[in-house]
Design a protein around this ligand. Structure first.
Ligand SMILES: [Zn+2]
Ligand SMILES: [Zn+2]
Length: 228
């Protein structure tokens, strides 16, 4: 709690402590809002009908598996699905190899830990390399690969908006990326709209042929990630 003394703009009862979508909310209303966003993504993806759900846990996205499990628990038990948390042996080295480890994970339905601040940083990072994101697919809330449905329930939510659900820390180990990611987080206080530009900008890079194994954009017909 920050103890600002400002009331939540939604319930106008409890003290506001988290800014979500530019609105100052109390923890309860903030958690309801991020759950509502996650539920919408799961509903649109058709994931609601799948019984077995896999959440990937990795040290590079520390705390994300707890938040995803919590979001999942808040969706209600009426669909009676089972959730399994799988420790991912994520390859380090670069942000692209890290994403590759996530997208080659197995399961019927895999929940990904990618948040809007991470995706924004990944887009800026990729463009700074003189190319588009190798994993353009990540800018869609859900997609299929090898018969697995991948869903990103936090695609429209930043780790700052999620803080009522738990602390998430992202450290890919690629210093250049992590520095850029910290810069994005710093910018959010002043420019929350920054997060909305990444999904539409990423569309510019869509349409290229992608790898059937990991979803990366092919270069000269070859997957630059699976070939590593
Ligand atoms: Zn409230
Ligand atoms: Zn590949």
């Amino acid at each position: 709690m920050t103890g600002t003394g400002v009331l939540c703009t939604k319930c106008v009862k409890r003290e506001a402590s988290i800014t979500v979508g530019g609105r100052k909310l109390c923890e309860l209303c903030a958690n309801n809002e991020v759950t509502r966003r996650a539920y919408r993504v799961l509903l649109d993806s058709g994931a609601i009908d799948l019984k077995h759900v896999t959440v990937l846990s990795s040290p590079q996205f520390s705390g994300a598996e707890r938040v995803l499990s919590r979001l999942f628990a808040r969706m209600g038990r009426r669909h009676s699905r089972e959730l399994e948390v799988v420790e991912l042996a994520a390859k380090g080295g670069s942000v692209d190899t890290l994403i590759h480890s996530f997208l080659t994970a197995k399961g019927d339905l895999v929940l990904l830990p990618f948040t809007s601040d991470f995706l924004t940083a990944y887009l800026i990072y990729s463009i700074s390399k003189g190319r588009g994101p190798i994993y353009v697919k990540l800018y869609s809330p859900y997609f299929h690969l090898r018969g697995t449905l991948f869903v990103s329930p936090m695609i429209r939510t930043s780790i700052l908006e999620l803080k009522g659900m738990g602390r998430v820390e992202i450290r890919t180990g690629e210093e250049e990326f992590d520095e850029l990611h910290r810069w994005v987080l710093d910018q959010l206080a002043e420019n929350p709209e920054l997060l909305f530009t990444a999904p539409s900008s990423a569309k510019l890079f869509e349409g290229a042929e992608t790898c059937q194994t990991c979803g990366a954009t092919l270069v000269g017909g070859i997957c630059p990630m699976c070939a590593l």
